[in-house]
Design a binder for this molecule. Structure first.
Ligand SMILES: *[C@@H]1O[C@H](CO)[C@@H](O)[C@H](O)[C@H]1NC(C)=O
Ligand SMILES: *[C@@H]1O[C@H](CO)[C@@H](O)[C@H](O)[C@H]1NC(C)=O
Length: 255
């Protein structure tokens, strides 16, 4: 008799749990998808206390990226500050920032430094041919990296990606460092005037084309600092890496 009652109690318990689950299920939100990161290679750098990792982020637009990480983050290094994401110009890739040492220097100064390879070939095709597609792409990268706000470094062609993000989602940028970006004329002076994001405008003083053209528009950003690189051309960070790095670090330290 006691055994039968016990059975009934278990049955009722199972039934009520099932009912509860049934009621809860439709409203249960799916867990946000974990960023999937496939580490391809990690290489310690000679003379520097950092390692450069090469990895791909999965998702709708798989993205190759490089990230410099302090080799022993717990030992004496500065605590990690915010994320700095480096884009690149038409004839360059994320490797440019590794070769120039920018990733390593930023990491050594405590920033989470990442460089991605932008989708190049497909710029003519959807979704990259639209401003919204390119903005969504950067937002997707930020989500995959688990960061809500970052500092964006954006030379030349990459302006097609960074400028729409700056103008439509300024709250997602902690700082902006345009380097003679493409596409500044696509927005009105009044649009720039409304953006409060701290901006370091970098350009080579010999860059008479895009340098001059982009400066005209970017100067309308109310909180800007000028970072001219004397005697440098369009890819001014390649011509004057030391000056570029020091003005970059100076700017970042004030954010
Ligand atoms: C690497 O880190 C160690 C310990 O923090 C330090 O003594 C050494 O100077 C660092 N090396 C470089 C090249 O920064
Ligand atoms: C302008 O940018 C600087 C950092 O470069 C920041 O400290 C300051 O608060 C900003 N000013 C405004 C009005 O947002």
């Amino acid at each position: 008799m006691a055994f039968g009652r016990h059975k009934l109690a278990v049955l009722l318990l199972v039934l009520s749990i099932s009912l509860l689950l049934y009621l809860l299920l439709p409203t249960a939100k799916p867990e946000p998808e974990e960023p999937k990161l496939e580490i391809l290679r990690s290489e310690p750098q000679d003379n520097l206390n950092v390692t450069v990792r090469r990895a791909t982020l999965s998702g709708d637009w798989p993205t190759f990226y490089r990230e410099a990480v302090p080799r022993s983050p717990l030992e004496g290094g500065p605590p990690e500050r915010f994320t700095v994401l480096l884009l690149h110009g038409q004839s360059f890739t994320s490797k440019t920032w590794e070769d120039l040492g920018t990733l390593q220097i930023l990491s050594e100064h405590g920033y989470r430094a990442l460089a991605i390879d932008l989708p190049g070939q497909s710029l003519q095709a959807q979704p990259m041919s639209s401003e919204k597609g390119r903005t969504d792409y950067l937002l997707h990268i930020m989500e995959s990296l688990g960061t809500r706000q970052l500092v964006l470094i954006s030379p030349s062609m990459s302006g097609l990606f960074s400028l729409p993000l700056l103008l439509q989602h300024p709250d997602r940028l902690r700082g902006f460092i345009p380097i003679a970006p493409v596409g500044t004329k696509g927005f009105k002076r009044e649009q720039y005037q409304q953006i409060q994001v701290p901006t370091l405008i970098v350009y080579g003083t010999l860059d008479n084309n895009l340098g001059v053209q982009s400066l005209e528009s970017l100067q309308n950003l109310p909180n800007h600092t000028l970072g001219p690189l004397k005697g440098a051309g369009h890819a001014c960070y390649m011509d004057r890496p030391e000056e570029f790095h020091s003005s970059l670090l100076m700017f970042l330290s004030k954010l």
